[in-house]
Design a protein around this ligand. Structure first.
Ligand code: FE2
Ligand code: FE2
Length: 199
């Protein structure tokens, strides 16, 4: 196991900041300031969109939906400029801005193998589950002449078995995230295909 990105902490943010969020303008300006790589911005928008879609699917209120959205939108915000400090840098920034600890904790646990922080809440687990899968489904859409049109779960699964396809996407993490979330990989794929932001 590689722990170079280990955060070596268990507590993120402060309870005093519960309910504090960035609004849409603030979160987009943080992204524009920090992230020059458009593909990475799009990845975060896709994950943010899926997180919000899932919170809506679960019937959560608008504040909860926005929290889920933000955790997805910002989870890789430091990757472009500070890859060696991913995701320590964005955590420290959100702590300095006194943002809700639940958002910071979700970001801190989006890669348990790397950051050494277990996803525990439903929001944590879904961020971990959607992160790799969203990127994978997007890669699959790019290689298909018809993009997302008529994409099927079985097509995605076939590509998952093909180790050479989108080799940087960890199949191990996808399986682990599905197990932790208690949702089958098939169901996760179905949700992603249906709700993914397409452009
Ligand atoms: Fe990441
Ligand atoms: Fe990501």
């Amino acid at each position: 196991m590689e722990f170079s990105h280990a955060l070596n902490r268990k507590k993120f943010g402060s309870e005093e900041n519960l309910g504090n969020v960035l609004n849409d303008v603030e979160s987009m300006s943080l992204l524009t300031d920090w992230v020059k790589n458009e593909k990475l911005v799009f990845h975060m928008k896709q994950v943010g969109h899926l997180m919000k879609a899932y919170a809506i699917f679960k019937g959560y209120d608008a504040e909860t939906q926005h929290m889920w959205y933000l955790s997805g939108l910002l989870h890789d915000a430091d990757w472009d400029q500070w890859p060696d400090h991913h995701c320590r840098k964005i955590i420290e920034e959100l702590e300095a801005r006194k943002i809700d600890p639940r958002i910071i904790k979700a970001i801190a646990s989006h890669g348990p193998r790397y950051f050494g922080v277990d996803p525990t809440t439903e929001m944590d687990k879904m961020l971990y589950a959607f992160d790799e899968l969203s990127g994978f489904v997007h890669a699959y859409s790019i290689m298909r002449p018809q993009g997302y049109e008529e994409m099927e779960v079985k097509g995605v699964k076939k590509r998952l078995k093909d180790k050479a396809f989108a080799a940087q996407v960890s199949r191990e993490d996808i399986a682990d995230a599905s197990e932790r979330a208690g949702i089958s990989v098939d169901e996760l794929i179905e949700f992603v295909v249906k709700n993914q932001l397409r452009k």
